[in-house]
Design a protein around this ligand. Structure first.
Ligand code: SF4
Ligand code: SF4
Length: 149
């Protein structure tokens, strides 16, 4: 990977390896969400997709995720503007908005555990969808977020 590529190149010029390395491993995008069609507001649950390994905050079947989980979406440079539901901490959103990566990002700190120690990741609170019946999901809403234009 090129040195400090995230500061030197736009998202659509990153190699596949660089693009994947940009993910900070927080797992926040793998929390279940409901969108209100009328208000656009997004309810975020403390329940993670059934494929998320909550300990590592990584997808347990990344290669096959799109076929196994219909709601999973592939983040690409061309679609970054559509992904307004990504957390402000997300490295892709930061770079797309011209912001710096956080000091806890693995590419900056060299320590992939720091995102967890800082409490940015979902490791400390998320439960797996495998352990929550659908009728109880509403009890697990942790935030209502406006989706700004
Ligand atoms: S929110 Fe962004 S940085 Fe965090 S896991 Fe998802 S894609 Fe990676
Ligand atoms: S399939 Fe994998 S990448 Fe997609 S939402 Fe689930 S855990 Fe996240």
């Amino acid at each position: 990977m090129r040195e400090r590529f995230w500061e030197q190149y736009p998202l659509d010029e990153l190699t596949t390896e660089e693009w994947e390395a940009l993910c900070d491993g927080c797992g926040q995008c793998c929390l279940l969400k409901y969108q209100d069609d009328e208000t656009g507001e997004l309810a975020v649950l403390g329940v993670a997709c059934e494929l998320l390994d909550i300990r590592s905050c990584r997808c347990s079947d990344y290669e096959n995720r799109l076929s196994r989980v219909p709601d999973c979406t592939r983040l690409t440079p061309a679609r970054i503007e559509e992904f307004r539901w990504l957390p402000r901490s997300c490295a892709y959103r930061r770079v797309a908005e011209g912001r710096k990566l956080a000091a806890w990002h693995p590419l900056v700190s060299g320590d992939p555990e720091r995102v967890h120690r800082k409490g940015v990741s979902v490791r400390s609170f998320a439960v797996s969808h495998k352990d929550v019946p659908d009728e109880q999901l509403e009890d697990h809403i942790i935030a209502i977020l406006p989706i700004d234009g």
